[in-house]
Design a protein around this ligand. Structure first.
Ligand code: NAD
Length: 487
């Protein structure tokens, strides 16, 4: 296991986790694990495919149908979740190092991600015995009530940007509600998901309730999404893959929960407290090197404060510390060469459309997959950069003249994940709260410190369904109505 102080530690071959035991690929095919800060290969994960998905879904099916798991009291499931939360906290340094190096993210950011997993476990442990149904008044001599029951086999496909956070966000409530899980992490960062499966098994979750198959999206991912024995699928990733996955599930008529991309606006009104707003605005587009679904990548600024805001944002960007994960900088590299090429493509296209960066706009001269934090000013709503998710540290600034124009610009993309408005005037703020099309809206912040209980998910092409909070637990259960005649 890697240690936070051992930047060059090699992880070797890390097996999958199926039916409570380690599993190597049946045909001996492996994928390299690459350190984004150096480009060096630091280990291998299995290139699982149809055979491994078949084994994992069979193990999950057996566990989901096993009366010992189906009838386990909610308080007993809560005890397993609490034990797992304790293990996450005990292994905080180890899990942080795994996540930091695999994703290339600064240590303190990875530490926050790992701690969020412990918080999901604690939250679900506390909530699971309160997920009750209700009674419905009906005719005399009859009783009608509802129950929340698990789906059965709950499938999860997650991306590489927050592997531990996103896996626990879905897997933990799914287990809490009595499902059995098959998880397919992203090929670029699977290590913390494999560690999670080991940890949950150690905490006492029965064999087959948590299974992890690594591999490519087009192979293991497609095999999982189209498998006729899964009962529910949570997909987190891009809009294009979300649409492809929707097609793969359609013949099996299963519910689909989609957590997709974003192009989230931060709106700065002319009375905003800039001392509070600027650090949050900068952090929200450079955290995890901009590879964050909820990144605040469109800055909409009232013309009266346009100049002051852009100057201060550029100044803050120039001060950012950039480097490898173990130096715990403000910003690390992108995940891969492919992702960097994608971001460079957007920068090139922006130049082609006549945009010039105020700061950044290139790739620093160092090994690893770094790209400059970049700010473009006067970006029109028609430009590619305003409309498309870059998934890199790139901010667009667009001035507006009044609140109507700001709302219109904020809602002018196909996405609807987050939105924030900065103002000292609460009556103006509530107008934005009413009109912004986003699954989460913040006023004078961009997220709250206590985020575990807050329902998270998208409107429009950012997806549908909600994770986190009590809504997240409801996502992983279905409603059964029971009618009893006794007269
Ligand atoms: P992606 O869509 O390329 O891949 C996501 C996952 O899907 C990976 O595990 C991949 O292996 C798998 N996959 C790929 N093709 C597949 C197929 N044909 N069938 C089944 N599975 C397949 O996304 P990415 O580049 O890894 O992640 C970035 C995207 O994820 C961004 O758009 C980002 O906004 C989004 N995201 C959304 C949230 C959210 O909560 N809304 C959170 C994080 C990331």
């Amino acid at each position: 296991m890697p240690d936070a102080r051992q930047a060059n530690h090699h992880v070797g071959d890390v097996p999958m986790h199926v039916g409570g035991t380690p599993l190597d690929p049946h045909d001996g095919q492996w994928l390299d694990v690459v350190d984004p800060a150096s480009g060096a290969t630091i280990g291998r994960i299995p290139r699982g495919g149809e055979a491994e998905i078949e084994a994992a879904v069979a193990a999950a099916r057996q566990a989901a149908d096993d009366p010992a798991w189906r009838r386990l009291r909610p308080s007993a499931r809560a005890a397993l979740l609490r034990r797992a939360a304790d293990l996450v906290r005990e292994r905080l340094d180890e899990l942080t190092a795994i996540e930091s190096r695999d994703v290339g993210k600064p240590l303190s950011q990875a530490r926050g991600d790992v701690m969020s997993g412990a918080k999901f476990l604690d939250y679900c442990a506390g909530a699971v015995d309160k997920m009750h149904g209700y009674t419905i008044p009906v005719e005399p001599g009859a009783l009608d009530y509802t129950q929340r029951v698990p789906w059965g086999v709950s499938a999860h496909i997650v991306p590489w940007n927050f592997p531990f956070h996103l896996a626990t966000r879905g897997v933990v409530p799914a287990l809490a509600m009595g499902n059995a899980v098959v998880l397919k992490p992203a090929e670029d960062a699977s290590l913390s998901c494999l560690a999670l499966a080991d940890l949950l098994t150690e905490a006492g979750f029965p064999a087959g309730t948590i299974n992890v198959v690594t591999g490519l999206g087009s192979e293991a991912g497609a095999a999982l999404a189209s498998h006729p024995q899964i009962d529910h699928l949570t997909f987190t990733g891009s809009v294009a893959t979300g649409a492809a996955v929707t097609r793969l599930t359609s013949d099996n008529v299963i519910p689909l929960h989609l957590e997709l991309g974003g192009k989230s606006p931060q709106i700065v009104l002319d009375d905003a407290d800039l001392d509070r707003a600027i650090p949050v605005i900068v952090k929200s587009f450079v955290v995890n090197a901009g590879q964050t679904c909820s990144a605040g990548t469109r800055l909409l600024v009232h013309e009266r404060v346009h100049r002051a805001v852009t100057e201060r944002v550029v100044e803050a960007v120039r001060r950012l510390r950039v480097g490898p994960w173990h130096e715990d900088p403000d910003m690390g590299p992108l995940i891969s060469l492919r992702q960097r090429a994608r971001v460079e493509g957007f920068l090139e296209r922006a130049r082609h459309e006549g945009l010039r960066p105020l700061v950044g706009g290139g790739v620093p001269d160092r090994s690893g997959f770094y790209v400059d934090a970049t700010v473009f000013d006067d970006v029109p709503a028609t430009s590619t950069l305003f409309q498309e998710e870059v998934f890199g540290p790139v901010l667009t600034v667009t001035p507006f003249t009044d609140d109507d124009m700001a709302v219109k610009l904020a809602n002018a993309t196909r996405y609807g994940l987050l939105a924030a408005v900065w103002t000292r005037d609460l009556s103006r703020a509530f107008r934005f709260v009413d009109d912004l099309q986003a699954g989460q809206v913040y006023v004078n912040s961009y997220g709250l410190a206590e985020s575990t209980p807050l329902p998270f998910g998208g409107m429009k092409r950012s997806g549908h369904g909600r994770d986190k909070g009590l809504e997240g637990l409801l996502t992983y259960s279905q409603l059964k109505n029971v009618g009893i005649t006794y007269a």
